[in-house]
Design a protein around this ligand. Structure first.
Ligand code: ADP
Length: 246
């Protein structure tokens, strides 16, 4: 059974399509990376998945008991990160708010927040002020916050933007571990090398078409080859699909 089923979905704004006729299925416990050039529609697709914009045509179905309210979402870096006058714990807990719109948290919600702080390795800094954390710690807290909304599907929009290489690797490892624990991951990334190193499936959006398939199929596809090899001057790369220095 599919967790998400897109059938000939066209998405856009004011009747003008950005992505046309998109058909793909995501099964439970897959790790899908959405890649593509700037302006190819990655954010637009995210918005549609989150129910923020309706499709212009086509059918979107959620299966395996998933509803649009139960998606954990880590948005692209926002001003929120600079200006949040709250403790780490408060930021994480706020991920539990959407259901009852109350400022009081239940015991169960507090337990969920604790578990997710544990999972993301921020229990020690739970009382710290969010805006005084490093970029990597802030992303961990926001990931824990997103996890409070879901046990099934996590959507991440460019989660390593602005992070140094160590914090980036940390973030990718953390997400991979969540996937190994059974959560389904959809990640938007402009880093195709990171995408193929982590994901089980790739959705590559281009101006007038798209590729959806396993990472292996992607590496052997024209679009995958084009984006992974042609720009690399290294001789060895002609014999390998991924250039580790990319
Ligand atoms: P990506 O995330 O891949 O960079 P976007 O989804 O942000 O791409 O944008 C895809 C296209 O949709 C672009 O041509 C952009 O100008 C257009 N677009 C994005 N947001 C809006 C909007 N709110 N109204 C109209 N057009 C938009």
């Amino acid at each position: 059974m599919s967790l998400i089923d897109f059938n000939k979905v066209t998405i856009g704004y004011d009747g003008k399509s950005v992505i046309s006729d998109l058909t793909f299925q995501i099964k439970p416990n897959e790790y899908v990376c959405i890649v593509g050039e700037n302006g190819s529609g990655k954010t637009t697709l995210m918005k549609c998945l989150l129910g923020l914009i309706p499709p212009l045509s086509g059918k979107i179905k959620f299966g395996d008991g998933l509803t649009q309210n139960e998606i954990g979402y880590l948005p692209q870096k926002t001003v929120l990160q600079k200006d949040f006058p709250a403790s780490v714990e408060e930021v994480v807990l706020s991920g539990c708010l959407n259901k009852k719109h109350t400022l009081f948290y239940s015991k169960e919600q507090k337990k969920t927040a604790e578990k997710n702080m544990e999972l993301t390795g921020i229990t020690d800094i739970r009382k710290n002020c969010f805006r005084e954390l490093s970029g990597g710690q802030q992303q961990r807290a926001l990931l824990a916050r997103a996890l409070c909304a879901t046990t099934k599907l996590l959507i991440l929009d460019e989660p390593v933007t602005g992070l140094d290489p160590v914090a980036s690797a940390d973030m990718y490892n953390l997400v991979k571990n969540l996937y190994k624990e059974g959560i389904t991951v959809i990640m938007v990334s402009h880093d195709i090398t990171a995408a193929v190193n982590n994901a089980t499936k790739i959705l590559h959006l281009s101006k007038d078409n798209y590729f959806f398939g396993s990472t292996h199929q992607y590496l052997h596809s024209d679009v995958g080859k084009k984006f992974l090899i042609t720009d690399c001057p290294c001789d060895d790369c002609r014999h390998h699909h991924i250039h580790n220095l990319a």
